[in-house]
Design a protein around this ligand. Structure first.
Ligand code: RB5
Length: 146
């Protein structure tokens, strides 16, 4: 699995934690920043990361901002992206099983690093269930392609 990691200035500390987790899990990843204290705009990082998932260059993205909301909105503008804003372990598992989410977003100002790491670990290691859920995802794809 190849993961692209991005954050705005509001997510740099949590992004570093997630990079460490990806290394621990031996998952190949690219960190596209911002790695900066200066104020930047989350679409400038979230949209390019999502596009690189949609193109097939990466399998998944993990995007961090202050709340996780801006990154989720930005990523979900890109066709083929199913971005899930997750701040609890139940949703981390469910969004992989049911939504086959290919982007995880989290807010550094919302949850601590320990929980965020466990959410990312769960999200990265849970498979999509398919079946009736695949039919629902197919409807989303059909809407995008209409
Ligand atoms: C930046 O201040 C903040 O607005 C951003 O990180 C994010 O929370 C937006 O949704």
């Amino acid at each position: 699995m190849k993961v692209i990691l991005a954050s705005d200035h509001g997510g740099i500390h949590l992004s570093k934690e997630i990079a460490e987790l990806l290394e621990e899990l031996n998952i190949e990843y690219e960190d596209i920043g911002c790695n900066c204290a200066d104020s930047v705009d989350y679409p400038d990082y979230g949209i390019p990361a999502a596009e690189r998932v949609a193109s097939g260059e990466f399998d998944r993205a993990i995007l961090i901002c202050g709340t996780g909301i801006g990154m989720a909105i930005a990523a979900n503008k890109v066709n083929g992206i199913r971005a899930a804003l997750v701040h609890d372990l139940f949703s981390a598992k469910a969004t992989r099983e049911h939504n086959d989410s290919n982007v995880l977003t989290m807010g550094e100002r919302v949850i601590g690093a320990g929980l965020a790491r466990e959410i990312a670990r769960t999200w990265l290691t849970t498979e999509a269930q398919g079946g009736r859920h695949a039919n629902r995802i197919a409807k989303l794809t059909a809407y995008e392609n209409k």
